[in-house]
Design a protein around this ligand. Structure first.
Ligand code: M6R
Length: 369
């Protein structure tokens, strides 16, 4: 049942090219335009949307954070991400023109379900991004966009995360397509690139020996920090969450720009820090800014574990280790940059002799508030 792998998590990590590919499958026409009749929300209603709120918990909320950057950029519709358990109690501002997108692998997370019900009661339009057919959250929503990751057994989410991000891209690109003009043209180009991502993940998966080795030598590590910026910020958060869940190691993810506002005080000689580097063509010179961050923490003794695109030579002088990922456009990078972090957590958990698939104190689906 584990398909020759030692754990479900490892199997599921290797299923990620399919999770992304299958989530895209059947959602385009022959001309390469998105067709989402399955949503059963009229184009008029979707065109009227003037605000999007994403509600989710844990890893799904990090998928939502990635989606915020992408959807705002592609559509210019404001997107807010709310932890589902906070949303209900913060007197949320929604109207019938608000699209509330819930993200949930299981479709049974109580916090997310209650957030959806609350949004619906307030008159919002609700869409569920969900991996489990027939589960409660899609039933309680106006529409559903299924992720096609297949059943996820390991408690720590991996392939569902990639599928959630993919489904949110599809939704964002579809809204851009509906806006027409240059929005639609840009969406068309991004979609083409997105379709190339599964092969890139496949290639990356064949190329992760070094991260496994690094993890094996870190079984005694007490703390690991993760830095990212732009869409790399939620990836850093997800890398930290995976490590907490699987290896019971203190881990924190930061926005790299926040470093000098406090967290840099944590840097001492030997402190391992993963840095998720944006691709060199990321707008606003963000690549260079993150390279400077690497330089700053290295000068204070950090052990820098750098995740960078193939061909990015600027990171080389400041990296103790470089983990390469295939190049893609800036918004799509999380589908690649998170993979070494998943494998790192898996390997470190294994090196510590822990139960990878069933970490202590956790349940696959949290059905109580
Ligand atoms: O089933 P859901 O996607 O609603 O679950 C949400 C979170 O509980 C889940 O992502 C959790 O954070 C995972 N253990 C992460 O690995």
């Amino acid at each position: 049942e584990k398909g020759g792998y030692d754990t479900f998590m490892e199997k599921e990590i290797h299923e990620q090219p399919h999770a992304v590919g299958d989530t895209l499958l059947g959602r385009t026409d022959e001309a390469g335009h998105l067709v989402l009749d399955e949503l059963r929300i009229s184009e008029e209603q979707l065109k009227a949307v003037d605000r999007i709120t994403i509600v989710a918990c844990g890893t799904a909320a990090y998928a939502g954070m990635v989606a915020k950057y992408a959807i705002e950029h592609w559509t210019r519709i404001p997107v807010e991400v709310a932890l589902a358990h906070e949303f209900r109690y913060c007197d949320p501002i929604v109207s019938e023109r608000t699209l509330v997108v819930s993200i949930s692998q299981s479709g049974e997370t109580m916090d997310t379900l209650m957030a959806v019900k609350h949004a619906r009661d307030l008159g919002a339009l609700t869409v569920s991004v969900c991996n489990t057919h027939g589960s409660t959250i899609p039933r309680e929503s106006d529409a559903v966009l299924y992720t096609h990751a297949g059943p996820e057994i390991a408690v720590a989410s991996t392939k569902a995360f990639l599928a959630q991000i993919t489904a949110c891209y599809v939704l964002g690109l579809y809204l851009a397509q509906l806006r027409g003009g240059s929005y639609a043209d840009d969406a068309h180009a991004v979609l083409k690139e997105l379709q190339e991502v599964p092969d890139k993940i496949e290639k990356l998966l064949g190329d992760l020996d070094r991260v496994r080795e690094i993890a094996r030598f870190m079984a005694d590590t007490r703390s690991v920090l993760f830095l990212g910026r732009h869409v790399g910020y939620p990836v850093a958060m997800e890398g930290a969450l995976k490590l907490k869940e699987l290896a019971y190691i203190h881990a924190e993810g930061f926005a790299a720009g926040e470093l000098k506002h406090g967290p840099i005080a944590l840097i001492e000689p030997g402190q391992p820090v993963f840095i998720v580097v944006p691709g060199p063509d990321t707008p606003h010179g963000l690549h260079g800014k993150v390279v400077s961050n690497i330089q700053e923490i290295r000068a204070r003794g950090a052990r820098t574990l750098v995740i960078a695109q193939e061909g990015d030579t600027a990171v080389e002088p400041f990296a103790d280790e470089i983990l390469r990922v295939p190049a893609t456009s800036p918004m799509l990078a999380p589908l690649l940059t998170v993979v070494p972090l998943q494998v790192f957590a898996l390997e470190l958990s294994t090196a510590k002799g822990l139960d990878v698939d069933q970490p202590r104190n956790l349940a696959k689906s949290v059905t109580v508030e």
